[in-house]
Design a protein around this ligand. Structure first.
Ligand SMILES: Cc1ncc(COP(=O)(O)O)c(C=O)c1O
Length: 374
């Protein structure tokens, strides 16, 4: 189905940077060096500096970034890792794939982020780490997470897949915990031309360990000190991402302006709850997500679709109720805030290149839906 207003139109972004991106791609192709090298080294330095961390390691995806950071932090088989059920499956998958067990805590109904007041009840003597997810582009209250982590001697890997550039108390996402995991999936705020990810950290030991893990456990050719992975960031991706990084703050600002336009436009519609930005946060709006009555959510999405506007649910089934996690024994009602969010939230187009008439159409059609009591 083709939409007049897409949730994301990457062709528009590419159009604005085509010359520089094509030049960067051509350079890599001319050099015929596709694995590691200067572009990857430079991007690692640039992302570390952007996030305000000492170190960064490019890896093959955001999922790998979480997994390798956890593993490098010493999390392994039979350990428990506390995270949220209202996220993309990758957050939990990264925990499971190293043999650890995800333990889910419910979310805050306003921010849809981890509710820190629920963490301590879930801590056992097997708990090794917490993975808070900065969902939709807003940081979790990291002061509270870090205080709990310190008290119980836990590592914290921030899932920053949706939140590169987001700020909590003057610090960027990824620089607040033991490590941050970034995704460069094409639809992310800083997206490559394929999969990619990065681990950022201030912890030298963790950094050295991720470096080993992502490269077959090897620090010198054909010398392998641990069993690792093939999880490198492609040189081509690094070259594209270096071009895009220069524009990221401007794009985040445009996302915020679009979000504010929607907030103002929806202020008189009682049936819509617009995103809450909590104190000390600068949101980067990877998604602009409203909450409506669960009985109306799908109807609204269908109405928008019929009027050429793409809207989507992130995420319709919380992770604790996914088939792949049935063995963990959760049932409906166990994490009710996440379950309610899965039924009532809807993401509207907010990408930076959205044009005025497109935003206007979104506002007009959402308003029409509620005014007509559809
Ligand atoms: C919250 C969250 N965590 C993890 C990931 C995994 O990132 P990737 O697709 O790069 O593996 C994503 C995105 O896909 C995500 O949105």
């Amino acid at each position: 189905m083709s939409y007049k207003v897409q949730l994301l139109d990457l062709k528009k972004q590419y159009g604005t940077i085509k010359k520089d991106v094509d030049g960067a791609l051509k350079r890599v192709i001319d050099e015929q060096c596709f694995i590691l090298g200067k572009d990857v080294d430079d991007l690692e330095k640039e992302i570390a500096s952007y996030c305000g961390t000492k170190y960064a390691v490019g890896v093959a995806s955001g999922t790998d970034a979480i997994q390798l950071a956890l593993q490098a932090a010493g999390v392994g088989k039979t350990d428990e890792v506390i995270t949220v059920p209202f996220t993309f499956i990758a957050t939990a998958e990264a925990i499971s794939n190293i043999g650890a067990k995800p333990v889910f805590v419910d979310i805050d109904p306003k921010t849809y982020n981890m509710d820190p007041t629920l963490i301590e009840k879930k801590i056992t003597n097997k708990t090794k780490a917490i993975v808070p997810v900065h969902l939709y582009g807003q940081c979790v209250d990291m002061d509270r997470i870090m205080a709990i982590a310190k008290k119980h001697d836990l590592k914290v890997v921030e899932d920053c897949a949706q939140a590169i550039g987001a700020v909590f108390k003057d610090k960027k996402a990824g620089s607040l915990g033991s490590a941050g995991a970034i995704s460069f999936f094409p639809s992310k705020n800083l997206g490559g031309f394929g999969d990619g990810g990065m681990v950022v950290t201030d912890d030298e030991k963790l950094y050295e360990r991720v470096k080993l893990l992502h490269l077959h456990g090897s620090s010198a050719r054909y010398i392998h000190s641990i069993i690792g992975y093939n999880s490198r960031l492609d040189t081509i991706q690094a070259a594209v991402l270096r071009v895009k990084l220069k524009h990221l703050d401007k794009w985040s600002e445009a996302r915020r302006e679009n979000a504010e336009y929607y907030n103002r436009s929806f202020s008189k519609i009682n049936e819509i709850t617009v995103p809450t930005v909590t104190n000390h946060n600068i949101h980067v709006y990877h998604q602009y997500v409203v909450m409506v009555d669960s009985k109306k959510r799908d109807k609204l999405m269908d109405f928008l679709g019929a009027n050429g506007i793409e809207a989507r649910v992130y995420y319709p089934i919380p992770v604790h109720l996914q088939d792949c996690y049935k063995d963990l024994g959760y049932k409906k009602g166990d994490l009710s805030v996440a379950e309610k969010a899965a039924l009532g939230t809807l993401a509207l187009p907010v990408y930076p290149e959205l044009e005025a008439d497109e935003k206007q159409l979104v506002v007009n059609k959402v308003t029409e839906f509620f005014n007509k009591g559809l």
